[in-house]
Design a protein around this ligand. Structure first.
Ligand SMILES: [Zn+2]
Length: 378
């Protein structure tokens, strides 16, 4: 089974910034901390700036609990990342209650930030108590020791080199001691079951579709957990589902990061540049199992153009292959169109582009390639 290397420990001072991506424009998205407005997607340098903008620029009437990056709009919510009191805000709340007791917003923030585990009932009442919003907040922040134990057990999957349903069960059993890291284990296990189903291997009994559901579940759970492994796996799931804009926490996985940045720039600008290879200054020290399609696509994306050209036929074949999921077939087609265009063959590039014209992610690129094809033949 293929594995994707990642950096287990990231120096926050240089992670990402020291990577060289020669033929790509330097992606602006690699900045370490970007705070994006959930409504208009404008970016801010600090949590406070974003928060202030969010409620000044886009008025909101009801009481609302904000936990870190989340505006909690569901009655139940699970917190898996430690938050500071400053990241916990009660918006439009005249009265705050925690487990039935009236407290100040400041105390509410402090109490929730201090708790590493537990179940809390939060009620926020608006002006004159007209609207009350109730939440059940479950706090499940993994201790470092438990998260480390999970990662050690996960790393054991790498030594036999073959992942199967049996080895995933063994991982879950071994990691069960890590009581506070239960969601971390759930997320990683869902990922592993998901890639086995995607590849239809390792004694899986799930269909590819069921596997896709597992992968989405894994991506959602792991994107909330602040560990390099969780970020790497959540990033792989975003790549699998062609959600290329979610490429902010990928300093741990430079290969994936440069591939995501390339597809993202193709998606947003409709322009394509030659695929570039990045070089990390040090060798990654850990590995995540990968599904075979993602592995093959990432391998193409690392190749210098003249080598990639030699794979044109294979890439075209993958783009039509039934046992590849639609998202992966689209990536193969986009890459194929990129090869043709780089070769100066606007006719072939346009022909390939007709195949992904209605794809919501790459329609802009398709339109441009189709119109250049028309211009070149006119
Ligand atoms: Zn905004």
């Amino acid at each position: 089974m293929p594995f994707l290397p990642y950096y287990d420990h990231i120096d926050p001072g240089q992670g990402g910034s020291s990577m060289v991506i020669p033929e790509l424009p330097r992606p602006v998205l690699n900045r370490q901390h970007v705070f994006t407005c959930p409504v208009c997607h404008q970016s801010f340098a600090s949590y406070e700036d974003r928060f202030q903008h969010r409620f000044e620029a886009h008025p909101y009437q009801r009481p609302l609990l904000v936990l870190g990056a989340h505006e909690v709009t569901t009655p139940r919510f699970v917190v898996t990342t430690a938050l500071s009191p400053e990241q916990i805000k009660a918006v439009n709340a005249e009265t705050c209650r925690l487990d039935g007791k009236t407290i100040t917003a400041k105390t509410l923030a402090r109490r929730l930030a201090e708790a590493k585990s537990g179940f809390f009932k939060v009620e926020l009442a608006g002006t004159q108590g007209k609207i009350t919003v109730s939440y059940e907040i479950s706090i499940e922040v993994a201790s470092d020791a438990h998260a480390f134990l999970v990662e050690q057990e996960f790393a054991r999957l790498y030594s036999p080199g073959v992942v199967s349903v049996a080895s995933v069960s063994a991982f879950i059993r071994a990691a069960s001691e890590a009581r506070t890291a239960r969601r971390y284990v759930d997320g990683l296990a869902a990922y592993l079951y998901g890639i086995l189903a995607k590849d239809q291997r390792g004694d899986t009994t799930l269909s590819q579709e069921q596997g896709r559901a597992r992968l989405n579940e894994a991506g959602q759970t792991l994107s909330e957990i602040g560990r390099p492994l969780a970020a790497a796996v959540a990033g792989i799931v975003s790549f699998q589902s062609n959600a290329f804009s979610r490429n902010e926490r990928l300093a741990a996985v430079p290969r994936l990061q440069s591939a995501m940045s390339w597809f993202e720039s193709v998606r947003t600008s409709g322009q394509q540049l030659i695929v570039g290879r990045e070089d990390g200054p040090i060798t990654p020290n850990a590995c995540v199992p990968l599904d075979s399609a993602t592995d093959e696509i990432l391998a193409w994306m690392e190749m210098p153009h003249d080598r990639l050209r030699g794979h044109t036929k294979q890439i075209a074949k993958r783009g039509q292959q039934d046992d590849w999921l639609p998202e992966d077939r689209i990536k193969a087609k986009v890459l194929l169109a990129a090869i043709h265009e780089t070769e100066g063959d606007a006719g072939q590039a346009g022909k390939v582009a007709r195949d992904f014209r209605h794809d919501p992610v790459f329609s802009r690129l398709a339109e441009r390639l189709i119109s250049s094809e028309k211009e070149s033949s006119a």
